[in-house]
Every structure is written in structure tokens, then in C-alpha cells.
Write a protein that binds this ligand. Structure first.
Ligand SMILES: Cc1cc2nc3c(=O)[nH]c(=O)nc-3n(C[C@H](O)[C@H](O)[C@H](O)COP(=O)(O)OP(=O)(O)OC[C@H]3O[C@@H](n4cnc5c(N)ncnc54)[C@H](O)[C@@H]3O)c2cc1C
Length: 272
């Protein structure tokens, strides 16, 4: 039996987000919120693990009260519990403070029943840092396996997990002792289609809300106070203009090369 935790973040659907050219900030009004796509794979991994080895999967989501919708949706895919970490003190948390809050919540769950596996998405589509998963593992002292495309096997008795990491141009099969934190890729697959009864069950399952007191945290560990990083400005980089083409000059390559050399010297790319 495995006690699995899946961390999921509710994010704006970036396919519909625009940047306000006046203020250079994200225009979020009227933008639907979705479960971060890689976190759908975290849910899938959690559900698959409990189906293969027995156990249960609890989702954690840190966000505003409306993020309960992400947890209800996650419940409809077959997870067992969802807990919302929501408190005004958490607002403005960077990746350091977010991983501290999620680690504290996992510590609390671990006290009730030993946590074996934590699954996170590889990264989010809004903050995009990919720091939170490794941050949680470090704080908890768990092993970590990142970029997981497949969970090969879990030796529940021997307390080891074997996973396939998908890297650029290579794959690695690695093994780590439990408790382990995984960050997962799209190769894990999507959750199955949620049936109507499952959707209704998701909506009816109570979702507890934990504030910083429940997580045994101080105000200065989270939110802006606990965040050394602040996002100052978001902007769309200027579009790159097309490059200059030096015409072939009727099959005279020496002339083209001379022109190119002159231009590179003039632009300071090469020194004369
Ligand atoms: C445009 C933008 C840029 C930002 N840039 C930075 C930055 O440079 N540095 C910085 O410190 N912060 C940054 N932030 C803030 C950052 O989004 C938050 O700290 C956030 O809570 C976690 O970072 P992330 O979204 O990059 O997550 P990632 O580290 O990319 O997320 C990896 C995984 O961790 C889990 N996870 C992450 N957040 C949560 C959550 N709230 N609840 C449950 N699980 C979660 C999910 O499984 C997720 O797939 C930025 C935010 C925005 C909107």
C-alpha cells in the first residue's frame, strides 16, 4: 500500500492570456483557470500507482479559494482526497516559499501516515521555473527523480522506485529509495476521461482548507515576507526583425564574401 501525494497548481490557460502592451502585465480577466497541464500527468501517475500497488492519492493545491475547482476536477479522475492550502499570508509566494508551504503540508500528512511518493509536474505554464518539485524534495530530505516519462516499478517491501528519465537525446533508468519525489513529463499520459458520476463525486467530496497555522508555519516563511524573488515586470520581447540578405552578385562569391567581411567589421562582430 502506498501513500501518494500529487501537487497540482491552478494556472490561467495561457493559450488565452495576452500581455497588456501599456502596462506589460498579464491580462487575466475573463481567462479560464485550468489544472497546470503537467499536473494532469502528476494526477495520472498518482492514480496509476495506487491502482497498481494499492494505496491512496491525496492532492495538494496552494492557491486562492477558487483553486478548489482544480481539486474537484482532480478528484473526478480517481484521486482520493484534495487539500487546498489557502491563506492571505501565502499571497506573493515565490518558489522558495511555495516549496516551503507544500513541504510543511506534506510533513503534516506524513505525521498521520508515512508518505511514500510525492508527484509533481515538471513545471508550470505560468511561473515556468521547474523549481518547486526539487525544492520540496530538498526540504523534506526525500530522494528525487526529475523528468520522469515512465514509472517502471515500485518495490513496496524493499522501499525502492525505478523510473525512466527522458532527457534530450537520451533516456536513463534510475532507482531511488522511498520516500521519493518525482517530477513528471507528458509521456506519463493523461488521466482517463472522467465519467459523470465521478464528476458528481468530485463536487461532493469535501475539500479541507489549510491555512498557515494548520501547516505549522510562520508568516515570515511565506508570502512576500518569505520570498527573496519578486517578479518586477512581465513583457513580450520585441519581435526580431528579419536578417539582411547579401545578394549573390551574379555568381561572384569573392565579392559577396568581401561585402560580408566589411559588414561584420563595421558591426564590430570581427576585429580588423
Ligand atoms: C509569469 C510569472 C513568472 C514568475 N517567475 C518567478 C521566478 O522567476 N522566480 C520565482 O521564485 N517565482 C516566480 N513566479 C512565482 C511562481 O509562479 C510561484 O512561486 C509559484 O507558486 C511556483 O512557481 P512555478 O509556477 O514556477 O512552479 P514550478 O516550479 O514550475 O512547478 C513545478 C511543479 O510544482 C508543483 N507546484 C508549483 N506550484 C504549486 C502550487 N501553488 N500548488 C501545488 N503545486 C504546485 C506542481 O506540481 C508543478 O507542476 C512567477 C510567476 C509568474 C506568474
Amino acid at each position: 500500500m502506498l501513500n501518494i501525494v500529487a501537487c497540482i497548481k491552478q494556472v490561467p490557460d495561457t493559450t488565452q492570456v495576452r500581455i497588456d502592451p501599456e502596462t506589460n502585465t498579464l491580462v487575466r480577466e475573463g481567462i479560464p483557470a485550468i489544472i497546470n497541464p503537467f499536473d494532469m500527468q502528476a494526477i495520472q501517475a498518482g492514480v496509476e500507482l495506487k491502482e497498481r500497488y494499492g494505496g491512496r492519492c491525496t492532492m495538494l493545491c496552494m492557491g486562492p479559494p477558487m483553486a478548489v475547482e482544480a481539486l474537484q476536477k482532480g478528484l473526478s479522475y480517481g484521486t482520493d482526497h484534495g487539500i487546498l492550502l489557502s491563506d492571505r499570508a501565502l499571497v506573493g509566494s515565490d518558489t522558495l516559499a511555495t516549496s516551503a508551504a507544500l513541504a510543511s503540508a506534506i510533513r503534516k500528512l506524513d505525521k498521520e501516515e508515512r508518505v511514500d511518493i510525492v508527484v509533481c509536474g515538471k513545471q508550470t505554464i505560468d511561473g515556468d521555473t521547474a523549481q518547486v518539485g526539487p525544492g520540496i524534495a530538498t526540504r523534506l530530505g526525500f530522494s528525487q527523480i526529475t523528468y520522469v516519462g515512465k514509472i517502471e516499478s515500485v518495490d513496496v517491501e524493499g522501499r525502492r522506485l525505478r523510473a525512466r528519465r527522458i532527457l534530450e537525446g537520451a533516456e536513463e533508468v534510475v532507482e531511488a529509495p522511498l520516500p521519493v519525489l518525482l517530477t513528471v513529463l507528458k509521456e506519463i499520459g493523461e488521466p482517463r476521461y472522467a465519467s459523470l458520476p465521478a464528476v458528481i463525486k468530485g463536487l461532493r467530496t469535501p475539500v479541507p482548507v489549510w491555512g498557515i497555522e494548520e501547516m505549522a508555519m510562520n508568516r515570515d516563511e511565506v508570502g512576500l515576507a518569505g520570498s527573496p524573488t519578486q517578479v518586477r515586470r512581465i513583457f513580450a520581447p520585441p519581435q526580431r526583425a528579419g536578417g539582411e540578405i547579401i545578394a549573390s552578385d551574379e555568381g561572384n562569391p569573392d565579392r559577396v564574401a568581401a561585402l560580408l567581411l566589411d559588414r561584420l567589421l563595421a558591426d564590430g562582430v570581427l576585429e580588423g
